[in-house]
Design a protein around this ligand. Structure first.
Ligand SMILES: Nc1ncnc2c1ncn2[C@@H]1O[C@H](COP(=O)(O)OP(=O)(O)OP(=O)(O)O)[C@@H](O)[C@H]1O
Ligand SMILES: [Mg+2]
Length: 252
């Protein structure tokens, strides 16, 4: 939980600082497209066309209305079928990776700026759409909700990532853990946060995203919380998370 909110709000924070950022909405629910204010009704060209019909990503990418340097590859409900349709296609695990590499070359040819960050928002299931994201990515960001014993739910995900590392993408790295829905007044949240920091000392960002109603309201206005209510605790925390992530990249 917190994948889409984290992807769109961190992407928006980085774009607000002038970085060139792409969000690939790889979830049939289309929540990232909604939050970024990008049209994704049925019939719009989308990541489905990229994955299944070999349409170049450059033909489906849209700019987000609120941020000049933020781009989005939208998702439509068609994508639900892709999970099954991918099975019979060649290179079914690395279609997203190939499409993104081709898009990066396209940008270079056209003299467009290099993308600084690409975020791929994944569906909740660990099917072929998520596998495509893991094969495409170098890093995984895992948001962990501080509301129940979160580490237990993590074992299946870690196992899947281990399999991907072993068989499909040895350079994949769990680089970032982000604590979300944090309420420092509850003992449970404090306990979960402490356990996560003990387990993932290097990966866990110092900032935790608080439970904030503004974060959950923003998507119904087609916005990220960064424009919807920039002074809210949720927006401030996401800006800080983005700052930490950008800082790490420069010190690596
Ligand atoms: N910090 C927060 N404070 C309050 N509500 C939040 C916060 N973060 C996320 N939410 C809300 O919790 C719900 C789930 O969050 P989100 O959509 O980011 O999770 P997800 O992992 O993408 O879910 P899914 O697996 O369904 O795609 C949403 O309604 C969202 O608005
Ligand atoms: Mg989501």
């Amino acid at each position: 939980m917190g994948k889409t909110s984290s992807a769109v709000n961190i992407a928006a924070s980085l774009a607000q600082h002038g970085l060139n950022v792409l969000v690939i909405d790889n979830d049939p629910q289309g929540n990232a497209s909604t939050a970024l204010g990008v049209d994704h009704h049925s019939g719009v060209s989308s990541v489905y066309d990229v994955l299944i019909e070999d349409v170049p990503m450059s033909e489906v990418v849209k700019s987000c209305p609120d941020f000049e340097s933020l781009l989005c590859v939208p998702s439509t409900t068609d994508l639900a079928g892709a999970e099954v349709e991918l099975v019979s296609l060649s290179h079914r695990e690395d279609r997203l990776k190939a499409a993104l590499a081709q898009y990066a070359k396209f940008r270079e040819r056209k003299g467009l700026p290099r993308l600084d960050y690409v975020f791929i928002d994944c569906p909740p299931s660990l099917g072929l759409l998520t596998v495509n994201a893991f094969v495409c990515a170098n890093e995984v960001l895992i948001p962990i909700q501080c509301e129940y014993y979160a580490l237990e739910g993590l074992s299946q995900l870690l196992k899947s990532i281990g399999l991907i590392q072993a068989h499909l993408n040895p350079s994949l790295e769990i680089s970032t853990i982000l604590l979300t829905m944090f309420d420092g007044r509850t003992r449970l949240a404090t306990q979960v946060a402490e356990d996560v920091r003990n387990h993932f000392a290097q990966q866990t960002l110092a900032v935790a995203i608080p439970r904030s109603v503004r974060v959950s309201e923003a998507p119904s206005y087609g916005q990220t919380v960064i424009t919807y209510d920039p002074s809210s605790s949720g927006a401030q925390a996401y800006l800080e998370a983005a700052r930490e992530i950008a800082q790490r990249a420069t010190t690596k």
